[in-house]
Design a binder for this molecule. Structure first.
Ligand code: ATP
Length: 243
């Protein structure tokens, strides 16, 4: 479980996080929404200790992460997979090499054939077969996202952070990625944390929604509670999202 308490973070005079409180329960699928620049990515970076707070804390399984040793941080980060915006694949590498990268870096005891087997398993899990030898340039946007997801899954993470997983995809492909995120939640019970502007995706995937506003979690609840809210800030946000 991840507990975020009274988290504050400034960059110079820009006070981005102003007391964020949020619990992320194991196995849930949480969507973090909010206007551009409200601090969603800054919050995600605190969760995996890429940034440290000015005040407050993030606890991971009961331990405050900015008090962890380097070894503890390393162990914690190994429990996370990331799907970055644009999938962030290396163009010069094949699909197989891209997906195997986190394994090659962290699990040096594995043989080439063991790595190959795991990579195939994960590509299979995201619905891709026989594309290991292709380069990213030969793939569609949706396929790239799937490859990015296979790479995020290759170390069997307990948590996956998705940064805008459906951006730039057509509605059909977006739905397919959403289905995949849901399926992974159910099949291998990962905890999903999804930063998104895509309200269809929020509706399709999230068990819980956290909306950021003015550096805080302004709303937490279900999709139905969100869209039925009478709060003017929430209503304005939903209308702007084209929903
Ligand atoms: N490393 C940094 N140094 C200085 N300022 C930063 C840094 N990272 C983020 N910021 C600032 O923090 C604010 C929040 O940025 P963040 O990327 O978290 O927004 P966001 O909600 O994810 O936006 P978007 O939806 O557009 O991706 C912005 O004003 C940004 O300029």
């Amino acid at each position: 479980m991840i507990e975020i308490k009274n988290l504050h973070k400034s960059f110079g005079v820009n006070h981005v996080l102003r007391g964020v409180n949020l619990d992320i329960i194991q196995g849930e699928s949480l969507a973090i929404i909010g206007r551009s620049g409200c601090g969603k990515s800054v919050l995600l970076k605190h969760i995996v200790a890429l940034l440290f707070p000015d005040d407050g804390f993030v606890k991971f399984n009961g331990r405050i992460i900015h008090e962890m040793t380097t070894q503890e941080l390393y162990e914690m980060r190994r429990k996370f997979g990331f799907l970055f915006q644009g999938a962030a694949l290396f163009d010069s590498m094949t699909v197989e090499e891209n997906v195997s990268l986190p394994l090659v870096e962290t699990q040096k005891h594995l043989s080439k054939s063991e790595i190959k087997k795991i990579v195939e398993e994960k590509l299979d899990l995201v619905g891709l077969k026989n594309i290991g030898k292709l380069k990213p340039a030969e793939l569609s946007g949706g396929m790239k996202k799937r490859v990015g997801l296979a790479r995020a899954l290759v170390t069997n993470p307990e948590y996956i952070l998705y940064d805008e997983p459906t951006t730039g995809l057509d509605p059909v492909m977006s739905d397919a990625i959403d289905d995949l995120i849901k399926e992974l939640n159910q099949k291998i019970s990962v905890t999903s944390i999804i930063v998104t502007h895509d309200m269809f995706s929020v509706k399709n995937v999230a068990d819980k929604i956290a909306m950021m506003h003015d550096g805080k979690i302004y709303f937490q609840g279900s999709y139905e509670e969100l869209i039925n809210s009478n709060d003017s800030v929430i209503q304005k946000f939903i209308q702007r999202s084209g929903f």
